[in-house]
Design a protein around this ligand. Sequence first.
Ligand code: 13P
Ligand code: SF4
Length: 350
Amino acid sequence: MFDLQTMRDQLANHYDLAPNPDLAAAMSDTYDQMKRVVSPIDWATYAPYVAAIQRLKAERNAVILAHNYMTPEIYHGVADVVGDSLQLAIEAAKVEADVIVQCGVHFMAETSKILSPDKTVLMPDMEAGCSLAESITAEGISEMRAKYPGAPVVTYVNTTAEVKAASDICCTSSNAAQIVAALDSDTIIMTPDQYLAQNIAQQVPQKNIVWWEGSCIVHEQYTAKDLRDFREWNPDTRLIAHPECPPEVVNEADFSGSTSGIIKYVTDEKPEKALLITECSMASNIADALPEVDFVGPCNMCPYMKMITLEKILFSLHTMSEPVEVDPKVAEGARVAVQRMIDLSRKLGI
Ligand code: 13P
Ligand code: SF4
């Protein structure tokens, strides 16, 4: 468990982290990227952390890889690379710095370590998990293989290294349909997200897709009725859903795609009003770049993603904690499944 008070005491001994309006003003270029969603008072609170993290990154030769669900002060303030799960994995394999600070959830840090085993990969909070990753073990993969002999196992990257190692190939929400379509088998096992699997089954009807019963606690909460009601009250709003939502929700939406797919769609289409049926930070992170779009309606927070804060990132770089380790044998097996996904995605032009 994270001892917040100890962390704060240690940081206070080394850094001046009091709110600082002058520093905030000096960093106005950074603030301009989030001023629609972060108040000036909050920015004065964040600025000392952002400045200290930027200094420490240079000292430690570190880069920050941040998922699209990070809060704006992380996404715009300290990240070197932002993206969806596929983009972060591809970037992790190319990192030249000595240290990667993974701002996202644990499976993302494991993926970075698997692809860059010689780098130090730091997780600002080891407790930042994922309901999908927790839903299945390597034994679950064996159970599915026993039930559907000979069928290849396509495993979502939202899983532990052990589960990846037990699978044939990984996928993310941005390449799942193409990967499934490209495999030379009529029956395909998809784990662990039942809803992603059901959405892909609709897109790739030529395959018999069977699935594990996992789900994302953020996206499973949405219902088709929510979307229908919203559309009735706000007929001119574009509804955009992540494919971890149940298929009846995705079917009510105007577009469905990975987190980066969603950003691209909104950036290209610039709808007057958009409801992003996904994690809350998605709309916040693109609000300033798209002033013509009104982001409306409810969103759901991922409690795991929200465990990552500026304070914990600073502490992580200060103490070089906590390094993510993956058993080399497990990492070797997991690397095969992840690398197959990256290679096939490249071949398919994704
Ligand atoms: P993306 O690969 O679309 O970024 O999704 C990752 C995730 O955890 C969404 O809940
Ligand atoms: Fe996992 Fe869902 Fe959070 Fe993504 S949003 S990290 S799938 S719990």
